[in-house]
Design a binder for this molecule. Sequence first.
Ligand code: ATR
Length: 346
Amino acid sequence: MLRHIGSVYPKIQQSIYPLIPGFPLNPFALWLGLNYNHRVPEEFASPINASTRICAVYGFPIRHSASPAMQNAGITALGLNWRYIACEVAPETLRAAIEGAKTMRFVGLNLTVPHKLLAVDFVDAFDESVKNWGAVNTVRIEGRDKNGVWLPIYEFTDTQPDKIRTQGFNTDADAITRSLHEDLGIQLAGARVLLLGAGGAGRVAALKLAAENVAELFLVNRTHSKASAVAAEIRRRHMNVKIQVGYPRGEVDLCINATSLGLSASDPLPFDNRQFSLRQALSVYDMIYRPAETPFLTAAKAGGSRIANGLGMLLYQGAKALEIWSGKTAPIAIMREALIKEVYRQ
Ligand code: ATR
């Protein structure tokens, strides 16, 4: 993704407005575009009325979230009479907030830091993805019809469901590998990978890489015991993957930063450069997407590696969530443009 940002961003400005019917003849659309930086101006969304359904992201904090910009662009492009909002939900109120969404028949929820693990205990049913990755980032609210079939709740317009439930999904894990594949062109099967970080995101990435049959996985984390715990979990579940806690010798196909180092400009690099050089990595991926180029990626680029940041992960987890809720194919290009504009706006 990062490789494209420099060239894509100006093109977005040329390309997004012709997507809007009537532009540039409609000065109101121009005004909205310039002043509010809307991805798809509200006037082209369905007006809010008594049938409008709500999706939301819950997080704590949440005001930095780019998901509303991305999802509302996708929702509008699909012609849905929905709105996606961001709610600041403290962890101790998460259960009540999920129940509230169920009671008010929201379409669904996204969950972000610090709710993904907590929510496993607060949803009524799990998709296979939650069983695999142990975390919930997407919830669909469903009703049971008279034949006992669970359907998305918004499908009940004239009839009443006899029961309502929340079903949890995880769209993060697939988003990691989709982004690695599409943004770096990586073939994971058989690859040697160094993964920096064994927190929430690092653990899911490690398990997903193992499930994709990487040949060798090296795990490094400040707190050694967390990396060891993830390594033990992978040894139990994926016996064909060679897993080691520590730095690799020789070349790796991919090095991923899943630590939070790089969010702040004063952070050190997320690895020990006495034990590893980025020149050993053919491709380098940073899960951080703001700033677009962390010092880690700058160093990797200087060393000749292919690089990408984590914007693709954010995009693909959101696109999959929209597909889970709507049953429609997500308009990826429109969601990507909205996300880039939101994340990298001045
Ligand atoms: P997330 O859900 O985004 O993965 P997290 O679970 O808090 O967030 O994980 C943060 C990751 O960044 C962890 O790997 C953490 O290392 P520890 O497990 O040792 O805490 C890593 N990290 C955060 N601050 C760090 C620092 N100053 N130096 C090294 N690693 C750091």
